[in-house]
Design a protein around this ligand. Structure first.
Ligand code: NAD
Ligand code: ZN
Length: 352
């Protein structure tokens, strides 16, 4: 599979960890740091260590697994360890993990000493097809997701398919939601290909295509002034459900599970507002309903969901904004949705 060229950095797909070793060798870094979480430290670090042996001094920084680590306290922890380990401007940060590690590690590196180089080695499907590409870094504050962050591109991304072998099926499903989204917003053929594939184990080719779609969009609009907003399809409602679940549920929804619900609801809005056909709406609803478990949304939670949507940084002038579809494979950005319309779309999901 071809290396994808992004905004001044390569995204490697073949023998990626060898490429990482090569990158370190050529990079002339004073020292490097590998950020992992508890799981990637066990499942992914051994392969990386075996390839970088002898390439220079490095230190390990480990955070707890899960979204709770993507906050300012863990970020301060990472900064302090960088200070203790003697990081300087010529240091390199290697973020080895899912979206939590790549977002937090990218943010910590992009702000430490006003920015040191970092690369991503994404180890979840979601981080391979989405979080590691496009230069968004960030942390959450008080359950408001990604409220503080930077747009900073990594120096390279190394996508290693073998890491997905230890990923729990629920995490595969989470990343799959973003792949399906890429088809829905930009490529009907890809959507059709996904629909007919074994999605419990998406192939490396399907992952490569997903990265291509995200990459083309983010290169065109790196700071989300226009076309990049297409990637927010499913995310206005999905993010609100994800945040609500994080606060209220004992076993919260994953990002992808929440976004899948968001995409069903926002496809309904698209049918009502931007011309998505009834056939397309039914097809989308069917595909997501077959793949993802049902989630109970109580009507009494609507107010809380709207309050979360209001705080969404995608909004302007206090109006709730959605990216919608005009057909499968084509999207339209900046659609203002009223609470009545949003309620109706949530009711569509509830009544399925
Ligand atoms: P995550 O990083 O929490 O990883 C999910 C779980 O999988 C964790 O428990 C992790 O330890 C474990 N894990 C990771 N790799 C593994 C492996 N190879 N084998 C076994 N277990 C492994 O979550 P995620 O779903 O990867 O990412 C979610 C985060 O990504 C969210 O915070 C979201 O906001 C962010 N995100 C960012 C962007 C962006 O553009 N920057 C885009 C989408 C999502
Ligand atoms: Zn997403």
């Amino acid at each position: 599979m071809d290396t994808i060229q992004s905004d001044n950095y390569p995204i490697y797909f073949n023998n990626s960890i060898d490429e990482l070793a090569d990158f370190i060798k050529k990079g002339n870094y004073s020292r490097f740091f590998i950020l992992t979480d508890e799981n990637t430290g066990v499942h992914c670090l051994p392969l990386v260590k075996s390839k970088i042996e002898g390439l220079g001094d490095y230190d390990l920084i480990e955070i707890n697994a899960g979204e709770e680590s993507k906050d300012i306290d863990f970020c301060i922890g990472v900064w302090k360890m960088l200070i203790d380990f003697g990081a300087d401007r010529k240091s390199l940060m290697i973020n080895l993990g899912g979206g939590v590690v790549t977002d937090l590690g990218g943010f910590a590196a992009s702000t430490f000493k006003r920015g040191i180089d970092f690369v991503h080695v994404p180890t979840t499907l979601l981080s391979q097809v989405d979080a590691s590409v496009g230069g968004k870094t960030g942390i959450d504050i008080d359950s408001i997701k990604n409220i503080v962050g930077t747009f900073t591109q990594p120096k390279a991304v190394f996508i290693e398919y073998v890491f997905l072998k230890t990923l729990p099926p629920r995490q595969i499903l989470s990343g799959l939601a973003e792949m399906l989204k890429h088809g829905l917003i930009a490529d009907a053929n890809y959507w059709n290909q996904l629909k007919t594939s074994d999605l419990t184990n998406p192939s490396a080719q399907l992952i490569h295509r997903s990265v291509e779609i995200k990459n083309v969009i983010t290169i065109e609009d790196p700071t989300e002034k226009g076309i990049r907003k297409a990637l927010n399809f499913g995310h206005t409602i999905g993010h609100a459900i994800e945040t609500y679940s994080l606060i209220n549920d004992h076993d919260p929804l994953s990002h992808g599970e929440a976004i899948a619900i968001g995409m069903i609801c926002e496809s309904y809005l698209a049918h009502r507002k931007t011309g998505l056909s009834a056939e397309d709406l039914n097809e989308i609803t069917q595909v997501f309903s077959d793949l993802y478990p049902r989630y109970t949304i109580a009507k009494s939670s609507f107010e809380a969901l709207f309050a979360i949507m209001q705080k969404d940084k995608k909004n302007q002038d206090g109006k709730i904004n959605c990216t919608l579809l005009t057909s499968i494979g084509q999207s339209t950005i900046d659609n203002i949705c009223t609470e009545a319309e949003l309620s109706e779309s949530l009711m569509y999901y509830i009544n399925l």
